[in-house]
Design a protein around this ligand. Structure first.
Ligand code: HEM
Length: 330
């Protein structure tokens, strides 16, 4: 009897050990909070990142938009592996949707400072995630902890870059993020990043002047008062207006991480079709309503979605490398 009980206990202990090992071996399980503590010659790595981002934000608020968009374009293609940062012919950076990604220089500045303090220790992929986190907090979002320990991938191919299109329906958008392990709720939260930043008139002209392929037709799903302001003042129907700036949220709110984006799409004032479609489609409308009506919920939940995005497909342990500079493989 006693020996059977002992065997049972031993088997249970073995199962727990196997489960723990399986967890430790899996993808992001080796990421940890404070991974760089004690690894950089007495330097507080996260404090260095934060101070450089803070200085940059003071000079150029839109850095928050650049870094959020960079995290998105980085993490959805082969994971958060700094593949987007590599220069050269045919790298991810050269794929058409990435040509307007900005903010590479702040990542390079942070990397240079950290290499000076502790060479070969801090990955470019962690710098991207930490810098975005700090910019979000500076722009009115919540401060949040992220796990670190990512490594940089030795691959960067333009042909890997398959990003969602601005015309995506809610179903297409949620399916895209679903493949990365993100829920519909996470997806609607992530598109809330369009609470900051801007696009250009060329991206929305078909909604204003050629909806459904009909010359002159305006998207009936757009608030008519807004459509006429865009047509008259922001994006007049002439090629010279193609590069005029269109804020993704209202101009006064376009530098603030808040839930105003969701209030706008409730009013049919979403700029990109994929934004507006989150409200038009019954399957995600309830999430938009929930977030529009509760800024506190957006503030606390947005970081959680960014954290999930930041842990997609990461390399850890001995995988990949720690680059010396972020725009070149070692
Ligand atoms: C269906 C998914 C998405 C689509 C189709 C999409 C599309 C776009 C487009 C077309 C632009 C304008 C780019 C330009 O004119 O140069 C843009 C800007 C932006 N996107 Fe998204 N996006 C999506 C999801 C996301 C996510 C998940 C994030 C971040 C978590 C994000 C962050 C941003 C930011 C911050 C900007 C403004 C950038 C700036 O001002 O420089 N987007 N997006």
């Amino acid at each position: 009897m006693a020996s059977a009980a002992r065997n049972g206990a031993a088997a249970a202990a073995l199962m727990v050990a196997v489960a723990v090992l399986a967890l430790a071996g899996g993808g992001s399980a080796q990421l940890q909070h404070g991974f760089y503590k004690g690894k950089c010659n007495g330097t507080d790595v996260e404090a260095v990142v934060q101070s450089i981002v803070r200085a940059r934000f003071a000079r150029e608020n839109p850095i928050v938009a650049y870094l959020l968009r960079m995290q998105f374009h980085e993490c959805v293609i082969n994971g958060c592996d700094a593949g987007l940062l590599i220069d050269g012919t045919g790298t991810e950076k050269t794929a058409p949707p990435n040509l307007s990604v900005k903010g590479y220089d702040v990542i390079a500045d942070i990397k240079a400072e950290l290499e000076r303090r502790c060479p070969g220790v801090v990955s470019c992929s962690d710098i991207q995630i930490l810098a975005t986190r700090d910019a979000v907090a500076l722009a009115g979002g919540a401060a949040y902890a992220v796990r670190t320990g990512r490594r940089d991938r030795r691959r960067s191919q333009a042909s890997d870059v398959k990003l969602p299109a601005p015309e995506y329906t809610a179903q297409q958008t949620t399916a895209y993020y679903g493949r990365l392990g993100l829920s519909a709720f996470d997806t609607v939260l992530l598109l809330g990043a369009h609470t900051v930043g801007a696009t250009r008139c060329s991206v929305i002209k078909s909604r204003l002047y050629g909806y459904g392929g009909r010359p002159g037709a305006t998207d009936p799903g757009m608030d008519p008062a807004y459509a006429s302001i865009y047509k008259k003042y922001v994006c007049p129907n002439m090629p010279s207006s193609d590069n005029n700036v269109v804020f993704l949220d209202d101009q006064w709110s376009a530098l603030k991480v808040d839930n105003h984006y969701y209030k706008n799409i409730q009013l049919r004032r979403g700029v990109l079709p994929c934004d507006q479609n989150l409200y038009n489609d019954g399957s995600t409308r309830w999430i938009v309503d929930l977030l529009a009506n509760n800024d506190g919920l957006f503030t606390s939940a947005f970081p959680q979605a960014l954290i999930k995005l930041s842990e997609v497909g990461v390399l850890t342990g001995m995988q990949g490398e720690i680059r010396k500079v972020c725009n070149r493989f070692n």
